[in-house]
Design a protein around this ligand. Sequence first.
Ligand SMILES: *Cc1c(COP(=O)(O)O)cnc(C)c1O
Length: 374
Amino acid sequence: MTMKEFKIPLSQPDITDLERRYVMEVLQTPNLSLGPKLPEFEKKVSDYVGTRFAVAVNSGTSALHCCIKSFGIGPGDEVITSPFSFIATSNAALFEGAKPVFVDIDPDTYNIDFRQIEEKITERTKAIIPVHVFGLPAEMDAINKIAKKYNLRVLEDAAEAIGAEYKKRKAGSLGDCAVFAFYPNKQITTGEGGIIVTDNESLAALCRSLRNQGRGDTSGWLQHQRLGYNYRLSDINCALGIAQMERLSEILDKRTRVAQWYLEQLHDVPELTTQQIPANCKKSWFVFVVALSPLYSKKSRDEILSHLRKKGIACSNYFSPIHLQPFMAARFGYKEGDFPVTESLSKRTIALPFFANLSKENVRYVTDVLKNSL
Ligand SMILES: *Cc1c(COP(=O)(O)O)cnc(C)c1O
């Protein structure tokens, strides 16, 4: 993939002198990994979310994998999740030989339609992985109720949702465990990184072992209790994360302000809709995505994307359905038509440039170009 330079990028991390200072401080010590910044970062996140434990790892994908593994999910098992997500949500189950079973989304919130979950549950179902898509929490009370009834685990994929709230409770504190991700396009970044949050002590201990080659808490460097991975997050990354956590509310406020500018410019454009936010949820803005009305074809959406790019505006469709990714379709026989709401939405979405430091002038420019192209 060649990266074209756009005048206005799709996303951009919000890095200040505080982040640079904290990273430099680590570089003045010999503790570049498994040092003091790791527990310090973990505590910042668990305190913020309100969980007892946090286990930082080297990506959101690794965090999902550790959770799946900690649930004891394996070959032949099934997990229920959304086809309208990033591929990692489903891949985490595939890593352990389990099958992702999809449930279509709600057309307004873009989150898993909880009304359709029960009909997909079988003897082999072990977990539900709701995704808080674009930073909007899924219907967690309904999902937890179903999970309880069928004795299933709940893993929140909150990779896009740090700071989001469901009924005044923080995303990440609503299931058995949750993950956040810190790639540079996320609300806050550690360069690469992810974290597991949970109240379950044994699950946290297992994730800690899995990220560190299966070592036990007290066993030596060359003693391995179980099959593990190198999913460690370095202290350099953690220092960056600590600064970002200290600035989290500032960053989220800036992102909310940018989203408001977009909404002001676009609310009266009849061709466009945006994700509907239920009254009991607070969204943490991850991306700014508009959906064209169903009168538009995928082809005309793609023409609009090209037009925006020609005008120096980075943009993207968001997402491509997971069940239609070539390897998924080949392996499980999924086809066009299986999840119509997801498919219809995916053909009509446009993610516009969105980051904390996007200026009001640039929002105006992007929305003017978009309106002209409709
Ligand atoms: C970003 C993301 C992930 C994965 O995070 P990485 O850090 O890129 O591995 C997982 N799920 C969702 C929904 C994401 O958006």
